[in-house]
Structure formats: structure tokens, C-alpha cells
Design a protein around this ligand. Structure first.
Ligand SMILES: NC(=O)C1=CN([C@@H]2O[C@H](COP(=O)(O)OP(=O)(O)OC[C@H]3O[C@@H](n4cnc5c(N)ncnc54)[C@H](O)[C@@H]3O)[C@@H](O)[C@H]2O)C=CC1
Ligand SMILES: O=C(O)[C@@H]1CCC=N1
Length: 255
């Protein structure tokens, strides 16, 4: 399928990497001229263009817009010449489907909030469908998004909070992994072993939660042996207000 990704920054690059893992995808990236993006396109082997006009002329089946939110509606207006069957997917946080529908009244539309792990096909993607998404368009959306990770369909009113937990969440987890790694180094691990340990532990904990369907509290109880070491660490986290710090991170990101 011919897929254009407009805005090849952090998110656009992550999506392109994930899309390129599927041999049947023909990926076109669009970004204003930028040596970083040209180098990335050369390394990854996708076709790069520098204007919306070129994207329109390629008649992609799907366009994914990953431009900064504040320029996204302007960029979409420059793409308004796309054929009516092109599916438009916006990944810009805070850009609403109704605003996109005002520019593309006939096209199938969707809003997504992906996260950076889409680069390794292990993303979490909040999806809200907009107008004109009949079965063929839904099939295209599924074909593009499903290989990128877990797609969680929500009403658009919930996309912001899905975006904070799924989209911002990796940065919160990265802070946690960084702190764990510092602690590992303090007790004698070399830095790369500490990073590997923290990342592997986070991956495994997530996989266990998904595969067993157990709640985080049930899983924590499996680790906290009576009178053991873990409960002493959990007590320290509670004393430091770890839970409130996490909830307040979501408050602030969602504000
Ligand atoms: N970074 C993330 O984890 C996530 C980002 N998003 C959304 O993705 C969008 C981009 O975010 P990032 O990739 O983090 O920002 P970024 O700043 O890394 O990338 C933005 C890219 O868009 C390009 N750009 C700027 N103006 C353009 C234009 N007129 N036409 C085409 N390209 C243009 C920039 O040159 C840059 O390469 C935002 O709307 C954000 O809400 C959504 C979910 C997660
Ligand atoms: O920080 C941001 O604004 C974007 C939206 C979700 C994750 N990154």
C-alpha cells in the first residue's frame, strides 16, 4: 500500500520505521528540506519529498500526518487536493476530527495518538474513527496500524487521556528506567548492564500483565514476599509519594 507520512520528526520517523518492516508498504515521507531527514531517508530507503503538492501528486492510499499540532491544519489545507478515497490519519495531539472534516468533507478520516515504540512494532495506538470510514477504508486503516502495535479504539472524547498514558507514558517510564539504572550503577553495575536490566525488566513486567490479565496489584503481591526485600522498597516508594507523582504527571500532561 502507498502510504505518505507528512512530518518526519520523532513520531513520523518512528512510524516510518514501523511501516518499513512490512515489505508490502511503499512509504513516502514528506518534510521541508532538512539534512537530518534526508540522511534518515537514505539510511532507511524510503522516498522523500519536500512539499504537499508532491504528496498530492503521488495519490497515496493513506496519509499519516505527524506535523507539530500548531501547523497541522495549515498542512492539511495544503493536502486538500488528495483524491476522496485517500484515508487521512492525523497523529497530532489536540487536532480534532471535526476540524479535519471541514477540510476533507468526503475522505475517510481517523485520529490517532501513537507512541514511540511503533518504531519497533511494539507501539500502543489510540484510534478514533471519523466520518466516511466504511469497510474498505477501515481495512486500510487496520492494515496500516495493526503491524505498528496494539490499537486501542476509543471515542474521540477519550483520545487525549489515551494520548497521555500511551503517548507520553514512554517518557515517564524512561525516567523510571534511568533512575533504576543510576541505582544499579551506585551498587556497582556498569552503565550498559544497568540499562539492559531496567529495560528488560520493564518489558517483561508489561508482557506478564498483558498475557495473564492480572491487575498490577495482584502482580505486585506475587513479588512482595512476606518480610522480604521488595515490600521494603514498595514502602519507600509510598513514603516518597510515587503514586501521587505519577497521577500528577498525568494531570499536568493532560492539562
Ligand atoms: N513524539 C511523540 O511521542 C508523539 C507525537 N505525537 C504528535 O506528533 C506530532 C509531531 O511530534 P514530534 O514528532 O514529537 O515533533 P518533531 O518536532 O520531532 O517533528 C515534527 C516534524 O514536522 C516537520 N514539519 C514542521 N512543519 C512542517 C510542515 N509545514 N510540513 C511538513 N512537515 C513539517 C518538522 O521539520 C519535523 O521534522 C505532534 O503533532 C505530536 O502531537 C503524537 C503522539 C506521540
Ligand atoms: O509531548 C507531546 O506533546 C506529544 C503528544 C503525546 C506524546 N508526545
Amino acid at each position: 500500500m502507498k502510504i505518505a507520512v507528512v512530518g518526519v520528526g520523532h513520531m513520523g520517523s518512528a512510524i516510518i520505521k514501523g511501516l518499513l518492516s512490512q515489505a508490502e508498504n511503499h512509504v513516502i515521507g514528506m518534510n521541508p528540506v532538512n539534512p537530518r531527514v534526508s540522511k534518515f531517508a537514505q539510511e532507511e530507503g524510503f522516498h522523500l519529498v519536500n512539499s504537499c503538492e508532491e504528496v498530492v501528486s503521488k495519490k497515496p492510499a493513506v496519509v499519516i500526518v505527524t506535523t507539530p499540532a500548531k501547523v497541522t491544519l495549515t498542512v492539511l489545507k495544503q493536502l486538500a487536493g488528495l483524491p476522496a478515497h485517500t484515508v487521512i490519519i492525523s497523529a497530532a495531539a489536540g487536532v480534532h476530527l471535526a476540524e479535519i472534516a471541514a477540510i476533507f468533507p468526503a475522505n475517510p478520516l481517523a485520529a490517532i495518538i501513537p507512541n514511540i515504540p511503533v518504531a519497533v512494532n511494539a507501539g500502543t495506538i489510540g484510534l478514533s474513527l471519523g466520518p466516511n470510514v466504511m469497510a474498505p477504508a477501515f481495512d486500510k486503516i487496520s492494515q496500516v496500524l495493526n503491524p505498528l502495535g496494539e490499537v486501542i479504539r476509543v471515542p474521540e472524547s477519550q483520545l487525549d487521556i489515551v494520548g497521555v498514558i500511551g503517548g507520553c507514558g514512554p517518557a515517564f517510564v524512561d525516567v523510571f528506567m534511568d533512575a533504576l539504572s543510576d541505582a544499579g550503577v551506585k551498587y556497582g553495575l556498569d552503565r550498559s548492564t544497568a540499562y539492559q536490566l531496567a529495560a528488560s525488566m520493564v518489558t517483561g513486567s508489561g508482557q506478564l500483565a498483558l498475557r495473564t490479565g492480572l491487575t498490577p496489584a495482584q502482580l505486585r503481591d506475587q513479588v512482595t514476599s512476606p518480610g522480604g526485600t521488595t515490600i521494603r522498597g514498595v514502602e519507600a516508594l509510598e513514603k516518597a509519594g510515587f503514586r501521587y507523582a505519577v497521577i500528577d504527571a498525568v494531570n499536568k500532561a493532560n492539562g
